[in-house]
Design a protein around this ligand. Structure first.
Ligand SMILES: [Zn+2]
Ligand SMILES: [Zn+2]
Length: 325
């Protein structure tokens, strides 16, 4: 399934694309592709150079050149999200594909202005009125230039992103629907299902969790939530409840890190698959242990991990779709 994302400035297009990337879509951005071509040609990726290069490519090879180039690279990939779509012509190669949908993201000007300012995307002195005027210019360009208004009109789904991440995620889920799975298990499904199997060894029935640490498709370490080695299990002596949580066990992901430490296995730069998203303490440990990607099977408790992961440059991936039963 190919999803294309368009929308107004600072409306949350990248956030939306990243969210879908976490849902199993491979993310390709048309502006990244243009930057890549600039690099291949030894051009400075300045705004002027990129605009000129974009115009030249469209003139010589047609409006859909960047999209076609991406599709060639993405051959064999089942689910794709395309971002930075700015012209209806860029959709030509994908609009007839099975399940295709164009999603437009928008938000009230005032909100977008504040976001753009917070991200340093607009100059200090730019007022709201100037921001709105710049916006209007971008909305109605010529044929080969940016023509956002026309694109937004064409969208199959229009999402107003004015109420935070959770609301945006919900609207995207509705627009995209459930993903169909390929017959052969993907690597993500494979490791996530192993994590599920590991969880069956858990000794605290309040929650069975399993974790698998992987690098280059090789398992480095595993862990499930269980008691301190040599001490009794919850299943035998009951839970040790503190503030509504059982604290008798060492969490699955902590045990996976501990097992690696015990055996002298380097987990720097690795990926962890966990049946449930890490609690705050585990999250901190994983990041500082050098884990670069955290895939979880269900969301558990702590919303702080999303923002912290973004800041720490750690990829946080919701693989709930990959878990069976
Ligand atoms: Zn317990
Ligand atoms: Zn934990």
């Amino acid at each position: 399934m190919i999803i294309a994302i368009t929308g107004t400035n600072a409306a949350g297009k990248d956030t939306a694309a990243e969210y879908l990337a976490g849902k199993g879509f491979a993310h390709y951005s048309l502006s990244d592709e243009l930057r890549e071509i600039a690099k291949e040609r030894g051009l400075e990726p300045s705004r002027e150079n990129l605009i000129a290069l974009g115009n030249e490519l469209r003139r010589l090879h047609g409006t859909s050149f960047l999209t076609k180039r991406i599709l060639e690279r993405a051959e064999g990939i089942l689910h794709i999200v395309l971002s930075s779509i700015r012209n209806p012509g860029e959709l030509e190669p994908v609009k007839g594909t099975d399940g295709f949908r164009l999603i437009a993201i928008d938000a009230p000007s005032e909100i977008r202005y504040q976001r753009a300012k917070a991200r340093g995307r607009i100059g200090e002195g730019i007022t709201l009125a100037e921001f709105i005027r710049m916006d209007a210019e971008e909305m109605h360009g010529g044929n080969t230039e940016q023509n956002l208004a026309q694109l937004i009109d064409l969208a199959d789904f229009k999402i107003v992103n004015d109420a935070g991440f959770e609301e945006l995620h919900k609207k995207l889920d509705d627009a995209v629907g459930p993903l169909t799975k390929p017959k052969r298990a993907s690597w993500d499904e494979y490791f996530m299902n192993i994590a599920k199997q590991v969880a069956t060894r858990s000794t605290c029935d309040r929650k069975h969790c399993g974790a698998v640490i992987v690098r280059d498709r090789v398992i480095l370490s595993t862990g499930y939530n269980g008691s301190i080695i040599g001490l009794p299990h919850c299943d035998d002596v009951g839970h040790m409840i503190e503030n509504g949580h059982c604290v008798r066990t060492v969490h699955a992901e902590m045990n996976a890190v501990a097992q690696a430490a015990k055996n002298g296995v380097n987990i720097n730069g690795s990926t962890i698959y966990i049946t449930a998203s890490p609690c705050w303490i585990c999250f901190k440990l994983l990041v500082n242990a050098g884990i670069k990607k955290i895939c979880f099977g269900e969301f558990y408790r702590d919303e702080r991990i999303f923002e912290a992961a973004r800041q720490a440059g750690v990829e946080l991936v919701d693989l709930s779709y990959a878990i069976e039963g």
